[in-house]
Design a protein around this ligand. Structure first.
Ligand code: C2E
Ligand code: MG
Ligand code: MG
Length: 305
């Protein structure tokens, strides 16, 4: 009875203050499902069930592939490929994000070290990783053991990283930047999007959240917001990536607005490592023609300024 009362208490707490919950057998099932997932994830990290997929990043000016974002997947023996949204939260709550993040960094650096020297790799870091005082040395160790040049590694952080213990986080970021690693602000335009962060830390790149480009061409507000972020970033000397570009029109709009890098299904979905290597070998010369075509032919279809 006490255990069940506890489950109800946790459920009430999870919903915020001044609320009550009765025990419900479903709470038990949820707890057990989480526990199973946690044990499975622990096993996945040690047992080689994680894999990285790479989504190509395209230079908006000349159509060349300049790098890729590493995106983790859990290749579950029964459930197949599980997307990060289904396990990153659990990994953060249980502390498993530290060994998971370590694995992602080491694997991404080791694989990128085998790519041509001008191709970069971007790795996502979650706020929980910044609470670990050894983060900077974990990154440096991944670089040195792979032999990857620091300027080929980009770390993507969301503003959630800067919400707590800002001073220590900024010190860690400064230390990484000093070592030559590049730092990007991910999903910009969602959350609080405090502009003061842009003054506090010299980000190398801003990634404009995909929710804005998704509304192009119908929504003139989204178009205005993308335009404004690109203008602001360029005044600050920060490069921009438009995320989630799915159509030729969205590509044409982003290119015409002067963003630096394009990412999205229209260029390529995330690929396994072997397939990404083939993109680097095969499609490199095709991309510039594609961009030039969209840039010139489809500009007329853009929403008005
Ligand atoms: P993110 O860093 O913003 O990554 C971009 C996400 O958008 C990826 O989803 C990608 O597959 C998806 N995407 C890219 N282009 C398009 C498009 O044109 N249309 C649509 N609908 N989606 C597009 P994914 O791989 O499911 O990852 C989701 C999030 O999970 C990532 O968002 C990132 O926050 C997190 N994540 C992924 N890998 C890692 C990791 O290794 N560590 C941590 N801490 N987080 C990760
Ligand atoms: Mg990202
Ligand atoms: Mg993003």
């Amino acid at each position: 009875m006490l255990r069940n009362a506890d489950l109800a208490l946790y459920a009430a707490k999870a919903e915020g203050r001044a609320t009550s919950r009765r025990y419900d057998p479903r709470l038990d099932e949820e707890t057990q499902e989480r526990r199973r997932l946690e044990i499975g994830l622990r096993h996945a990290i040690d047992g080689g069930e994680l894999e990285l997929h790479y989504q190509p990043l395209m230079n908006a000016k000349n159509g060349e592939i300049t790098g890729a974002e590493a995106l983790v997947r859990w290749n579950h023996p029964e459930r197949g490929l599980i997307p990060p949204i289904d396990f990153i939260g659990l990994a953060e709550e249980t502390g498993l994000i530290l060994p998971l993040g370590d694995w992602v960094l080491r694997t991404a650096c080791a694989q990128a070290a085998t790519w041509p020297a001008h191709i970069t790799v971007a790795v996502n870091l979650s706020p929980a990783q910044f609470r670990d005082p050894t983060l900077a040395s974990v990154v440096m160790s991944a670089l040195s053991s792979s032999g990857l040049a620091p300027n080929r590694l980009e770390l993507e952080i969301t503003e959630g990283v800067l919400l707590n213990d800002e001073a220590r986080t900024l010190a860690t970021l400064a230390c990484l930047k000093e070592a030559g690693v590049r730092i990007s602000m991910d999903d910009f335009g969602t959350g609080y999007s405090s502009l003061s962060y842009l003054r506090k830390f010299p980000f190398d790149k801003i990634k404009i959240d995909q929710s804005f480009v998704r509304q192009i061409p119908e929504d003139s507000e989204s178009a205005a917001i993308i335009r404004a972020i690109i203008t602001m970033s360029s005044c600050l000397g920060i490069a921009t990536t438009v995320e989630g570009v799915e159509t030729g029109e969205q590509l044409a709009f982003s290119v015409a607005e002067g963003c630096d890098t394009i990412q999205g299904y229209h260029i390529s979905r995330p690929l396994n490592e072997a397939a990404f290597q083939r993109v680097l070998e095969v499609t490199q010369p095709i991309m510039p023609t594609t961009v030039r075509r969209y840039n010139h032919e489809l500009k007329d279809a853009l929403p008005a300024a």
